[in-house]
Design a protein around this ligand. Structure first.
Ligand SMILES: [Mg+2]
Length: 350
């Protein structure tokens, strides 16, 4: 029986700031969306556990956070740095030699193979220790027979934890949990299940699989299996840099699409240069407009095939950002390519 290890970095952006400013450790730390000199206009992006204890949470207006504690330590977000830290952590994980799937900037799944629970625990302890020693970053690890269960266990073991759920305990572990905890079950599916009288995973496990298939198609079969402790999702060998992005503050706030367009062209060129340096293709793009009130809007698009075309990136980038440029003044724009793949051995249509 193979085991999956799921790792999630704790309060990642704030932890990155603690790592490079050790003097703030133990104090409540907030990473917000606005630069420090104008911090009260933004919202909280991430905060550490000291800040959470005060009732501060993500998406809370920074001004409100400061009302809860006027001595908060504040940092404006620095995605370039967080991205670099993420890449270092992922490279460290990959070096353990297991099939590794980068799930997000601060989450990954490792297929540990048949090493047994004791072996898995030892591996997890070694990983936690090494990440702390090398980067000063805390993380939580969950281990189970499937990726989805390992993630659930990880969520429940936060912060700085290590949780293992053995196969024999899996059904009891899942039984009382809300169906929405299953990865891939959103609000809509949960509502439909609830309407069928199924609110917990335990009830889902006892449902008639044919009724589930009638209602949800092939996903209904998966739901039934997952509820019964069968997770067929594989850890995919997706070890790629998550994305390459460039963003820049405009010289002057603007509502002029022409100004934005020329900036997007410039940034797209830089992103493609970096992509070429790293011998990568992309399949996804996103653009961002950050307004003068520090809120932002993002638009994404996914292509069917990998490409490295600057023309395509520029044209699509401009198209995507156009609806975001209205009478609201923009102060910063960005473009990002994602779903990256190494050029070797991949099919591409340009
Ligand atoms: Mg995290």
């Amino acid at each position: 029986m193979t085991l999956v290890l799921f790792i999630d970095m704790d309060y990642f952006y704030a932890a990155c700031e603690e790592a490079r400013h050790p003097e703030v450790k133990g104090k409540p730390v907030v990473v917000g969306t606005a630069p420090p000199n104008d911090k009260l206009r933004g919202v909280v992006q991430t905060c550490n556990y000291e800040a959470r204890k005060l009732g501060i949470h993500s998406a809370m207006p920074t001004s409100q956070a400061f009302k809860l504690d006027k001595n908060l330590v504040y940092f404006g977000d620095d995605y370039k740095y967080y991205g670099e830290m993420s890449e270092k952590v992922m490279a460290l994980l990959k070096a353990y030699g297991h099939r590794t799937e980068v799930v997000s900037i601060d989450e990954a799944a490792l297929d540990l193979g048949e090493m047994g629970y004791d072996g898995a625990r030892g591996q997890a302890e070694a990983i936690k220790k090494e990440i702390m020693a090398k980067f000063g970053l805390p993380c939580t690890i969950g281990i189970s027979t499937g990726k989805i269960y390992a993630k659930m266990m990880c969520d429940e073991s936060k912060p700085n934890g290590l949780g293992i759920i053995e196969e024999k305990d899996l059904k009891a572990f899942l039984k009382g949990k809300d169906v929405i905890r299953i990865l891939g079950v959103g609000k809509k599916t949960a509502d439909r299940l609830n309407a069928m009288g199924i609110d917990t995973i335990g009830k889902l496990a006892k449902a008639d699989p044919n009724v589930l298939i009638d209602n949800f198609g092939i996903f209904g079969k998966e739901l039934y299996q997952l509820a019964n402790g069968i997770d067929t999702s594989r850890v995919e060998d997706k070890y790629t840099i998550l994305s390459i992005g460039r963003e820049r503050t405009l010289q002057k706030e603007t509502t002029d699409m022409k100004v934005v367009e020329s900036m997007i062209k410039e940034l797209a060129k830089e992103a493609i240069e970096e992509l070429n340096r790293q011998h990568l293709w992309f399949k996804g793009i996103s653009v961002k407009a950050k307004y003068t009130d520090f809120t932002d809007k993002i638009k994404n698009k996914q292509f069917n095939n990998y490409t490295d075309s600057l023309d395509l990136l520029t044209t699509e980038g401009v198209k995507l950002i156009r609806p975001l440029i209205t009478d609201r003044a923009v102060r910063k724009v960005g473009i990002r390519v994602s779903s990256l793949a190494k050029r070797e051995g991949q099919k591409k249509l340009s």
